[in-house]
Design a protein around this ligand. Structure first.
Ligand code: PLP
Length: 390
């Protein structure tokens, strides 16, 4: 089959999702018609501001917050940076606490921000996860100290999908007077997220992970939480994030949030059934396979599977040639394959940290696509194993 004729299936929704048709329409309309600066007093500005207000409401509703608690950002990375650096800025001006705690399976947006804080006098503790990819509240209770100012643990992991016990962890942080931030980039719109029920102070989300546009995200900041902007600029976003807002992107995010809220339960059930079907099929038909984090509560769309005797990168390329887009947790940097820090943190033996593939499903996937993948996988894996045996 030539590349042009080949039908392609997207199983990489944790990397990014296709924008919904209604999102695309709203973004184009905002670009074309509502181009005013939302800070302008005139009609054009007020039309743009109305779009921001509407999006602020729908994004807040998706997570059980108030519109005034939402700060628009350029995405998950900026939200994580603003949460940690902004909170640290405020703490530095009022307290001697300089200790931050994160989990070992956080996204680089959190891990590298914590590294940056260490250059300005902060110390960090990285919490372990168990073999099933979950942070235990007991490990936080053991690590937290009088100097702890911020605890940051992600809600759902991007590589294996495991859901962390956020409410319990946040309660421990608060008992010790620390702020609690969660990176919910991979849980929002996949499972119900309610900031009040979780009892947290700061939450990061990103539109392109739930069928919204890239370059739009939000940080939810519980009313009363002290946070100082990390950028010098205008007084946008209640002084917390300078810069003219990305009106088209934020408008698209608002539409995506509204759609996600309306179909959250139905999507979770449908996508979860597809994921379970995929895992059953692979485990039955491909010998030497294991689901990483499979025994833990997980978001319904994510499956991370180890294939014995196969290098993940080779399998990814072989599947791409067959028309299936998947991903590995490993990062290929300067020619060396870095094993996934998430799988390493779970204590997996080194061969399993390098032979794991992430399948992340989404709204557009079908039973036929899953069946087609299950039918192709045994042959593709066997071919790769035979190459290694030679
Ligand atoms: N946090 C998590 C858990 C993610 O999965 C990602 C994206 O992969 C990010 C943060 C970064 O989000 P963005 O791409 O919007 O900067």
């Amino acid at each position: 089959m030539s590349i042009i004729e080949m039908s392609r299936t997207y199983f990489d929704h944790n990397a990014t999702t296709p924008p919904d048709a209604a999102v695309i329409e709203a973004v184009i309309r905002a670009l074309r018609e509502d181009y005013g600066n939302p800070s302008s007093v005139h009609h054009f500005g007020q039309r743009a501001k109305a779009l921001l207000d509407e999006a602020r409401t729908t994004v807040a509703e998706l997570i059980g917050g108030e519109p005034a608690e939402i700060v628009f950002t350029s995405g998950g990375t900026e939200s994580d940076n603003l949460a940690l650096r902004g909170a640290a800025n405020a703490i530095e001006s009022s307290s001697a606490r300089r200790h931050v705690i994160v989990s070992g399976i956080e996204h680089e947006a959190v891990l590298n921000t914590v590294k940056a804080l260490s250059t300005r006098g902060w110390t960090a503790t990285v919490l372990p996860v168990d073999a099933s990819g979950v942070v235990s509240p007991a490990s936080l209770a053991a690590a937290i100290a009088p100097g702890t100012a911020i605890v940051s643990v992600m809600h759902a992991n991007n590589e294996i999908g495991t859901i962390q016990p956020i409410a319990d962890l946040a309660a421990i942080a608060h008992e010790h007077g620390a702020l609690f931030h969660t990176d919910a980039v991979q849980s929002v719109a996949k499972i119900p997220v309610d900031v009040r029920a979780l009892g947290i102070d700061l939450l990061s989300l990103s539109a392109h992970k739930f069928n919204g546009p890239k370059g739009a995200g939000a940080l939810w900041i519980r009313r009363g939480t002290r946070l100082t902007s990390t950028m010098t600029g205008g007084k946008h976003e209640r002084n917390r994030r300078g810069g003219t807002e990305n009106v088209p992107g934020i408008t698209g995010m608002g539409i995506a949030a509204r759609l996600a809220r309306a179909k959250l339960d139905a999507d979770a059930t449908r996508v979860g059934a597809l994921r379970d079907r995929l895992e059953r099929g692979v485990l039955q038909r491909v010998p030497g396979t294991l689901v990483n984090g499979g025994s833990s509560p997980r978001v319904p769309n994510t499956s991370n599977i180890s294939f014995d005797g196969v290098e993940a990168e080779s399998l990814l390329i072989a599947l791409d040639l067959e028309g299936f887009a998947v991903s590995t947790g490993s990062a290929c940097s300067s020619g060396t394959l870095e094993p996934s820090h998430v799988l390493r943190a779970m204590g997996l033996p080194s061969h399993r940290t390098q032979n794991s593939i992430r399948f992340s499903l989404g709204a557009g996937n079908t039973v036929e696509q899953i069946e087609s993948l299950i039918a192709k996988l045994p042959g593709v894996v066997e071919k790769l194993r035979a190459l290694v045996r030679r």
